[in-house]
Design a protein around this ligand. Sequence first.
Ligand code: PLP
Length: 443
Amino acid sequence: AREGERLDARTQRSRETYARASAHLAGGVASSYQLRDPWPIYLEGGQGPRVRDVDGNEYWDFHNGFGSMVQGHAHPAIGEAVAGRYPLGTHFAAPTEDAIVVGDELARRFGLPKWRYTNSGSESTMDAIRIARAYTGRDTVMKIFGSYHGHHDTVMVSIGVEYDKIGDPDNLASLPYGAGIPQAVVDMTVAVPFNDAGAMERRMQRLEQEGRLPACVIMEAAMMNLGVVLPEPGYLEAVREITSRYGVVLIFDEVKTGLCIAPGGATEKFGVTPDMVTLAKALGGGLPAGAIGGSAEVMAVVEDGSVYQVGTYNGNPLTMAAARASLLDVLTPEAYAHLDRLNDRIVSGCQDIVDRYGLPGYAVGIGSKGCVTFSPQKVVDYESFKANQDADLSELAWLFNMNRGIFMTPGREEEWTLSVTHTDEAIDAYLACFEELARDLTA
Ligand code: PLP
């Protein structure tokens, strides 16, 4: 309560802004993920690793736009690319040179030859699923229980529900995430637990007997919405083997992992090549770019015109200029080495604090991403997260950070993302704040 009151007192202008915003923005925000009780924190600007709210509070940004800003805010190279493009015209709905260069670079990074663009992660996963359905001639979609893949109906299923209400791991019920999702669509999506290749195999067998093998398995190779949950050794290889054997398209949703944990994302990091990859977030360096990559065989259904992979703004010249600068000028091998070094520091620093103060939890990270998971047991999937993770402690840690100038993703399910502009000073600030929390909790 004390930390909550303190944040309220520091954000009175946000409170006033909320009252004004609520007149014509539903809930005072632009997206339901921006909602917060008692009011959202409205931001004014950001440069490099720092952001500023409308009350003038300054923060080190560890939220980074849900991981979209791994380049840091207002990066000059991206600014120049966008400013240079603007006078040449910003939209033609015709392909431009930058779209070709970005496609070449993505093919090199992810080892998949054929690419198309979208404007968001949701569009990327929606189109990838349609391509997989067209390629296989099947309707069912298999996803990982608890995973978020965007806001279209097919994937707004089996997330954010009370696990104990929905059945055993081999027979997880499909439940809609919020209202307005047709039951017929929900029924076409089946979910299996993460890190459990046996459950996936058994579900495939059952679906085969029922005559409804899935078109695809869509998954994050490392889950990024339960904090960070890494794949257990051998799991991704087993998933690759199972999906190949059943003729199921394997889609790695790399909207979060993509350009943030390695140049070629989880695909490169874990050395397992899916049939398709979906990207968005960090691709555009703060502009709304998304992409889908696939094998020549799967993407043939796009090339032969049987699937309409379309969108007025796909490959928009401004977003492509930003993506080109991001990929070629900002997210260089040196930038990834910098992110790895800083992330090693913050993860091992947090773990050291957890150990010294005997906190119930552990630190985990990969590439630019990580978190402290407040759970005495290791989280390996949604069930173990729901059963063990301490939501109150997560909320307290968030308030504590915000009151000490550390801007973090709200809620218990998100992780930090570092940017290439973060420095040791930012890591020191984070660790000092976490140590103060640990001291307070154990005093
Ligand atoms: N896929 C994953 C793994 C995501 O984390 C998200 C967003 O958080 C999406 C897809 C949807 O992306 P967008 O919000 O750009 O539609």
